[in-house]
Design a protein around this ligand. Structure first.
Ligand SMILES: C[S@@+](CC[C@H](N)C(=O)[O-])C[C@H]1O[C@@H](n2cnc3c(N)ncnc32)[C@H](O)[C@@H]1O
Length: 318
């Protein structure tokens, strides 16, 4: 990314007598450009003004190669036409509905930047609850074998590997394109974990885990949300899971017990309307301490259950 000072050099060095911007190659001043962008985003995407301003700033800063603060500090600077067009191209993509994260190529998760592409789900803030719940069950002084199912960008598995460097983390996905993104993120963030191409547990026979976490697809096939907003651009294989959205969760809960060590725990994210059904699946499969956690919006979002601990060995002769 170019430094703000580079752009400042280009713009400030241009002579700009008031009213002669077009002759010198400037399209408009920064403030005018931003006001137009905010108005267009608010009107055409029906965004609240605050969100429209934030998106306009993030996209313009990315297009111009400057920090967001530069746009505010230099709002009276002229914006040369080539730079205005670069920013306008990004705004046009957003106005066509493309998610900001795909345009920028990254999204923050648990305080770290994760590269994203249309091959992966954009990490959601709700999924940080899954990470919090996992970390609560992973004491720093006790190394454990951890599995992240359906890793996508790698946001969950990589975060766990970075927060608990003593743990052995494995992360799987069935999408090679998603795994390539996860590999890039692991390398960029310096995380050590094993990334495997696996249809859920297919490549993991005979490997017991102390903790299995997952944010599997959980949207019902015909759900109208699939045709709205950001989800229109995300891989449907990362989102949809059968008529009631529970096909993948059903399979994972049923198979999970054969991949957990005694006393091991399974934690799954799900839709906020699915918690009762998911708890019933855990209970029917023999998990204990089945519990659902609410996200920051107060919605039931993550359910977990543990395998019984191995029964205590009988004393000799007892
Ligand atoms: C909802 S996304 C979650 C991605 C990431 N863990 C996150 O929280 O942002 C679900 C992920 O599961 C993967 N997936 C779908 N079916 C799978 C399967 N049968 N085996 C392994 N992964 C699968 C998808 O490719 C996708 O990356």
């Amino acid at each position: 990314m170019r430094e703000a000072s580079d752009l400042r050099r280009e713009t400030v060095s241009l002579p700009f007598p008031p009213g002669e911007e077009n002759q010198t190659g400037a399209a408009c001043r920064v403030a005018e450009f931003m006001a137009g962008a905010v108005a267009e985003l608010a009107t055409r995407l029906d965004l609240p003004p605050r969100e429209a301003r934030l998106e306009a700033q993030v996209l313009a800063a990315h297009g111009l190669g400057v920090e967001r603060t530069w746009l505010i500090a230099h709002d009276r600077d002229p914006l040369p036409a080539p730079q205005a067009s670069a920013a306008r191209r990004l705004l046009a993509r957003r106005l066509a509905g493309e998610p900001v994260a795909y345009i920028l190529g990254w999204r923050e998760f648990y305080g770290r930047p994760f590269r994203v592409s249309p091959a992966v789900l954009i990490p959601r803030p709700e999924t940080e609850l899954l990470v919090e719940a996992a970390l609560a069950g992973l004491p720093e002084d006790r190394p454990a074998d951890v599995l992240d199912l359906g890793t996508g960008s790698g946001c969950v598995g990589i975060t766990l590997a970075l927060e608990r460097p003593g743990c052995r983390v494995t992360a799987v996905d069935v999408s090679p394109a998603a795994l390539a993104v996860a590999h890039d993120n692991a390398a960029a963030l310096g995380a050590r974990l094993e990334l495997l191409d696996s249809d859920w547990f297919s490549a993991l026979a005979g490997r017991p885990f102390d903790l299995i976490v997952g944010n599997p697809p959980y949207v019902a096939d015909g759900d109208t949300h699939l045709g709205r907003g950001d989800t229109r651009f995300e891989p449907v294989s990362a989102l949809a899971a059968g008529p009631d959205g529970l096909d993948d969760i059903r399979g994972i809960v049923a198979q999970g017990s054969t991949h957990l060590a005694p006393g091991g725990r399974l934690l799954l994210e799900h839709g906020w309307t699915q918690s009762e059904a998911v708890r019933a699946l855990f209970t029917a499969a023999g998990y204990e301490a089945v519990q659902t956690l609410n996200d920051l919006a107060g919605l039931p979002r993550v359910t977990g259950g543990s395998l019984p601990k191995r029964p205590a060995a009988r004393p000799p002769g007892g």
